[in-house]
Design a protein around this ligand. Sequence first.
Ligand SMILES: O=C1O[C@H](COP(=O)(O)O)[C@@H](O)[C@H](O)[C@H]1O
Length: 233
Amino acid sequence: MTTIKVNDEQELINKLASYIEKISNDSIYNRGKFYVGLSGGSVVKYLKESLPKVDTEWSEWVLAFCDERVVPEDNEDSTFGTYKKELLPNIPLKESQFVTIKQGVTAKEAADDYTAKLTKAFGGDDFKFDLLLLGMGPDGHTCSLFPGHPLLEEKDLKVAFITDSPKPPPERITLTYPTINNARNCIFAISGSGKADMIKRILKDKEDLPAGRVKPGAGALYWILDEGAATHL
Ligand SMILES: O=C1O[C@H](COP(=O)(O)O)[C@@H](O)[C@H](O)[C@H]1O
């Protein structure tokens, strides 16, 4: 694991852009495509600023979601809906490059459908993302994997659904650890002192919390933190 400390949010955005540029270009050079998993929440805000700085072959990107809320796309809680509004107007990516969740079905059906779509996108059931862009909530959750939830122990499913998320909305789908920890690269990008205590509990005190379970077996893990987020390290 590599911890990268930067001074402020602007430097975090620049650093994130340089990692995304390098990883995307290496992936495209070596394998022809770049498979990236997106998170919601503050990650959207950082990517809105970072991605316009990235020099890459946008047409080779395949974008999926680390987790998604089971809500209509035009609902403000929809992560894809937010990317569509915030990102697509400024980046030469097409909507068809996104692996999205099915609309108007139950959480279980959405998870099954998303699994089938990922199987098609990856050409098999080994979902090996080149990069997962991860966020962490103040309670230490990542994706839709929450502290104490049974899904933390999921060993078989690559994608799971949850109908009792402690953070609204309750119905979501999420990548599970077998998929997350199969990734080639995982990046947490966090700014501000609001999550500094949780970052200390995970990175320094090594408490067993969801974001701390991200340990890609054969991949690289980066925590990019600004001064506020790294206050207690
Ligand atoms: O609900 C969610 O929360 C986490 C963390 O969000 P943040 O705004 O605190 O960064 C996010 O990574 C996840 O994708 C989302 O569904």
